[in-house]
Design a protein around this ligand. Sequence first.
Ligand SMILES: *Cc1c(COP(=O)(O)O)cnc(C)c1O
Length: 355
Amino acid sequence: MSRFFSQRHAALRPYTPGEQPQDMRYIKLNTNESPFPPGEHVILAASLQAARLNLYCDPACAELCAAAERLYNVHSRNILPLNGSDEGLFLAFLAFCDENNPIAFPDISYGFYPVFAKLNHIPVHKIALREDFSINVKDYLALGQTIVIANPNAPTGICLGLQQIEQIVASNPDNVVIIDEAYIDFGGKSCVLLTKEYENLLVMQTFSKSRSLAGARLGFAIGNEKLLEDLCTLKDSINPYNVNSMTQAAGIAAIEDNVYYMGNCKTIKETREYTTTRLEELGFRVLPSSANFVFAESDRVSGESLYRMLKSRGVLVRHFSDERIKNFIRISMGTTEQMDILLTHMSNILNRVIL
Ligand SMILES: *Cc1c(COP(=O)(O)O)cnc(C)c1O
């Protein structure tokens, strides 16, 4: 820290993203990226934009919003394109919470939520998940606080149903409820259409996971136009050109290629079922996942050693040191070939551990 750093941020501990190591080629199962490349149209559309990078992009993302209207079945005034959904979450924390208006979320959830809260000096109300890591909906009814829930939750992969989400939204009419749907295409039911009925519901979607565009940074906030106006006021006060022109073009092409991405999601779901079965055969406890990852623990080897032993064998998975989940590892779904390599290593590691 330099002696010039504002005291306001002295205690801030930034979010730790999954490793993106450049030292060797790993099988990367640690950041929930898609193992499939973007579609050909996306690659072409983004490259064509490269020749126009001397010009600023459209700050309103008009064409992209028009395309997203078809994808989400809501009006374009109810859609705000973002530089990844992380940007939308940050703007929402900034817009709807402050020193006197806390944010509530599960004790085990996306690691960025506490960081955004701290950065904005927002008190946090952590609500413990049940013993089986599911959300108890009752804990969120008539809470009277801004709420953010990842659905499916991360890193557990466990999903709430549409009715349960609606109960939470309906019982907190005077507070914004943010539903972070980063993994919704892998099994859950999206609550996007509920935004037409509930003015306090804000949904975050991303093209990073199911649409192979993590590196392009593209997300969407969907909700009542007044809520989006607030986010937009803040966005235009920080970075009006938040979605660059190559990404806007890639996003439009990705929406046109939706069939390709939904096909990939189906493959990922099959890989998830296969991986779950094989892990259970190896004695792992695997939480029921509706996402493109599984969260698993073994009673024979700690999460941390498993993470290290896999890394030394060239496979990266994610380990978190929070007390409740420190024995787990989170494994992103790769191709079946990648999963077979992982499973072979797992089996060798476990056999060595018993011997
Ligand atoms: C990956 C992820 C995001 C962020 O996605 P970007 O659009 O890449 O910023 C948001 N929420 C959760 C729960 C995630 O896992």
